[in-house]
Design a protein around this ligand. Structure first.
Ligand code: CP3
Length: 343
């Protein structure tokens, strides 16, 4: 096994951490903007295997990242279950809402999701052929709670208010949504693995707003069920979990879910995460995305700090969250050169 990402995920401490970046295929790259314009809109890009393959490969060609992440979106799964989905330019996603039992009853289940998602599996298959031998292919899905927050609100929300409200008002319905998403996520990720994904990542971007028992029930437990089921279908499949802004709840998350790697956001320091989370297994993170906008000596210093803090155990270098459209591509190169000791 020579791929560095797979070695880190297997628990090896490497002299130089492997590196990739959340949202590495995105609007900060002129070549992405050109392909996106060719596709017309974001969803057409996601569902066009040739163009989705092309944008996934762009940051690999430009920077030689150690992993490629499938180009798609966490909201394709609710769409495949029957929700309406569209993107408003400059604002973000919009979905038909699930607030009542009648709304929920309209959702599908089982193998029907694969009709909509087939082009995504084709993208994975294309990538699995096209990527350089040393590059790991990561598939992904949103975690049930995060996807549910969009399905219930019909859009992104700063505090996930509508999802918390439904949980308080109609817990059985809320739990039925989580369970349906948990089941569908296993099927979705299984098809990605069959098509060639070597690792899967579960994005729980809004995990930080779940408190107390709710965190265990709606973040940890679904991640544990999905991880266990995938590993039973695909023995040895590495899983990365990202319970963003979990804070103290990052502690023990590897053991509680069975994930091989826990991705860390930048609301905690790398030294804290090295002391409290990395003993549980590989960690991924956690440079603040803003350095990709601001650059300079601060970027170099903070990149070195992250590398040093995690140098005593398995680590995959990444940002604490996705790179933003206003980032400078030169700063990404500076970060990579710094991690690889060339700056
Ligand atoms: O990381 C990657 O490069 C892989 C592709 C990927 C995208 N979205 C592409 C994308 C992944 C892994 C995601 C995950 C995703 N999508 C999450 C979880 C991770 C996170 O960022 O917290 C969430 C919450 C979404 C939902 C989503 N998709 C939102 C809220 C938005 C709009 C916000 C924005 O940045 O405009 C998107 C759109 C989106 N997904 C873009 C990309 C490259 C920008 C779309 C464009 O080209 O206009």
């Amino acid at each position: 096994m020579t791929k560095t990402i797979l070695r880190a995920l297997a628990g090896e401490t490497l002299p130089t951490p492997p590196i990739w970046m959340m949202r590495q295929a995105g609007r900060y790259l002129p070549e992405y903007r050109a392909t996106r314009a060719e596709a017309g809109d974001f969803l057409s890009l996601c569902y066009n295997p040739d163009l989705a393959t092309e944008v996934t490969l762009q940051p690999i060609r430009r920077y030689g990242f150690d992993a490629a992440i499938l180009f798609a979106d966490i909201l394709l799964l609710p769409q495949a279950l029957g929700a309406e989905l569209w993107f408003v330019t400059g604002e973000g996603p919009r979905l038909s809402t699930i607030r009542s039992q009648a709304d929920f009853d309209k959702l599908g289940r089982g193998k029907m999701i694969h009709d909509t998602l087939a082009p995504v599996y084709q993208t994975v298959a294309n990538l699995s052929k096209a990527l350089p031998d040393e590059t790991t292919l990561i598939g992904f899905a949103g975690a049930p709670w995060t996807v549910a927050t969009y399905m219930i609100a019909g859009r992104g929300t700063p505090d996930q208010g509508p999802a918390h409200a439904l949980k308080a008002e109609n817990r059985p319905l809320f739990e039925a949504i989580i369970d349906r998403l948990t089941e569908a996520t296993v099927d979705y990720l299984s098809e990605q693995v069959k098509a060639g994904a070597e690792v899967v990542k579960l994005f729980d971007s809004w995990a930080g707003s779940l408190e107390g028992d709710d965190f265990d029930r709606y973040c940890t437990r679904p991640a544990q069920i999905i991880t266990t089921e995938l590993k039973s279908r695909f023995p040895g499949l590495p899983v990365i979990a990202f319970p963003r802004q979990a804070g103290d709840k990052y502690i023990g998350f590897h053991a509680a879910t069975g994930a091989d790697c826990v991705a860390i956001d930048d609301s905690v320091t790398p030294e804290w995460a090295a002391d409290h989370v990395q003993p549980g297994g590989c960690v991924q993170g956690n440079l603040a995305s803003r350095h990709m906008v601001t650059g300079g000596q601060d970027l170099v210093d903070e990149t070195r700090r992250v590398v040093k803090a995690f140098s005593g155990g398995p680590h995959i270098f990444n940002l604490g969250h996705g790179i933003t459209p206003d980032a400078d591509p030169e700063n990404v190169q500076l970060m990579i050169d710094t991690v690889r000791g060339k700056a």
